[in-house]
Ligand binder design. Structure first.
Ligand code: AMP
Ligand code: MG
Length: 487
């Protein structure tokens, strides 16, 4: 196994992290190794045995060249500022450069305490590790920017939460683990020099072209806002609820980060929230754009001293960037929705059609994911799927007629349009009831349902009759889905 580490954060950013070590687990038993990702990263995993990989990806024997460390960060959690968080159960092993030149962090999650663990044990339970692996790989397959999962390894140790669980370690791959909260930490405790240093490093690492801007820190703010708007529009498009959009869980690089109490909606509900601790629905489905606005305002605040240091007048420009977020988000979201509905060029009547869709979906309790596939089937002359999602033949009929009329403005063959819709509307997502069943089986030692589900969600778009059970919504009488943070 060939890890060619090139650890720039460790080498250039002393004072922004604490060196740390992995705890040695009792055992290292491979649960899942992402060979396709390993090959993409140039890790040549095909040559290594699963046992050897499990040792590397559990903290049992760290790869040569690793410089393990825990990143310092702060963050607003449910609106309250926590000045001191940091990687309490994660360890950055180092950075590698993939064959295509892209740089990635390789991080262990759940490998034991670090200087930032506070009262936590630094460990992760098997269920949440497998959940993050599954959901992140599903997101990647749908083209949603995300951290990836390279391995899940059982440690043979027990992890105590509300009850005792088997322990595991996730190996996470990210373009970087720099968060909004990383900037907040250095803005709150150290002042402008540190913010400038972190901003310069972030620009060098992710978008070196921004260094040439008149005010690179302002350009960084602009870029990060743009990427967050795009990310959240993609979440909305696939019915994803992140569940804990605290600023420490917002990655600067624009990838979905920290899959805790996340879930996908079945039947559409704008207030869908699944996290056991999100009692007020702060992070509900429909609030994600506003929360992004709020989080980006916090990012701007942390960046302001650096922006001001280059050009005091740019503070107003930063404020304007933040104020423009709702308009910027809506434009991106509308284009996401247009693609889902098979609408081609923007037209003035699109907005009304799109805005009116959600009330209809909610009123008729329609399965969000299947609905868009049902529309494409209708274009193919088959109305059965759509009808099966609606309570009666009249439900949504006026909306569907409007949609149809809108499509007819453009001369695109219906079959061509249906194929284009199917290429952006997933048929197979990690449905909550299937995820839960797979995790229960895994905890009892049977990994087969989890592997089967992973295979399905890695191929989200193309219908396979033998996978029909994976496309069905949860049974109507299923209990409301609740997810817990306790990784
Ligand atoms: P998260 O829920 O992943 O956003 O984590 C919030 C903060 O709590 C981060 O600083 C984590 O490192 C820390 N944390 C969460 N779980 C643990 C744990 N089991 N042990 C130590 N720190 C933890
Ligand atoms: Mg987190």
């Amino acid at each position: 196994m060939n890890f060619l580490f090139d650890n720039t954060f460790c080498d250039q950013m002393e004072g922004f992290y604490a060196p740390a070590d992995a705890a040695r687990p009792s055992k290292a038993m491979s649960l899942a190794i992402n060979h396709a990702l390993a090959v993409k990263l140039g890790l040549k995993s095909a040559c290594a045995s699963n046992e050897m990989l499990a040792q590397l990806f559990s903290g049992f024997a760290l790869p040569a060249g690793a410089s393990p460390l825990a990143l310092a960060y702060a963050g607003h959690q449910f609106g309250q500022f926590s000045p001191q968080l940091g990687d309490g159960r994660a360890l950055l092993l180092g950075e590698i450069i993939a064959p295509d030149g892209a740089r990635f962090d390789i991080q262990l999650k759940g490998s034991g305490p670090t200087p930032f663990s506070r009262n936590g044990d630094g460990k992760a339970a098997l269920g949440p590790v497998l959940r993050e692996y599954l959901v992140s790989e599903a997101m990647a397959a749908m083209g949603v920017p995300t951290t990836r999962s390279l391995a899940a390894v059982a440690t043979g140790d027990r992890v105590q939460r509300e009850r005792s669980h088997p322990g595991a370690v996730l190996t996470r791959v990210a373009s970087s683990h720099i968060r909004v909260g990383t900037f907040q930490f250095f803005a709150a405790h150290f002042g402008v020099d540190h913010v400038v240093k972190l901003s310069d490093y972030t620009i060098w690492r992710h978008w070196p072209e921004l260094a040439a801007a008149a005010n690179p820190h302002l350009a960084l703010l602009d870029r990060v806002i743009g990427l967050q708007c795009e990310l959240v529009a993609r979440w909305m498009g696939v019915g994803f609820v992140h569940g804990v959009m605290n600023t420490d869980n917002v990655a600067i690089c624009g990838e979905t980060l920290d899959y805790g109490p996340c879930a996908f909606m079945d039947r559409f509900a704008v207030n869908a929230a699944f996290s056991s601790i999100d009692t007020n629905g702060r992070y509900a489905y429909g609030r994600q754009p506003q929360i992004t606005h709020w989080n980006m305002a916090r990012f701007a605040e942390a960046m302001l001293p650096a922006i001001h240091a280059v050009e005091p007048a740019d503070v107003d420009a930063a404020k304007a960037l933040v104020d423009a977020i709702p308009v910027r988000f809506r434009a991106i979201w509308l284009s996401e929705m247009r693609a889902k509905l098979g609408l081609g060029k923007p037209h003035k009547d699109d907005e009304k059609l799109i805005d009116s869709l959600f009330g209809e979906l909610e009123q008729h309790s329609v399965d969000f994911t299947s609905f868009f596939r049902g529309l494409a089937q209708l274009l193919r002359g088959d109305g059965d799927m759509l009808q099966s999602l609606l309570p009666d033949a009249e439900a949504m009929a006026p909306w569907i007629a409007d949609w149809w009329a809108q499509l007819e403005r453009e001369a695109i063959a219906p079959l061509e349009r249906a194929d284009a819709m199917d290429a952006v509307n997933p048929l197979y997502i990690p449905r909550n009831h299937l995820v839960e069943a797979a995790l229960v089986a895994a905890e009892e030692g049977d990994m087969a349902p989890w592997h089967a589900l992973l295979e399905v969600v890695q191929h989200p778009y193309v219908h396979r009759p033998e996978w029909d059970v994976y496309a069905h919504p949860a049974p109507e009488d299923a209990a409301p889905h609740v997810t817990f943070c306790g990784t």
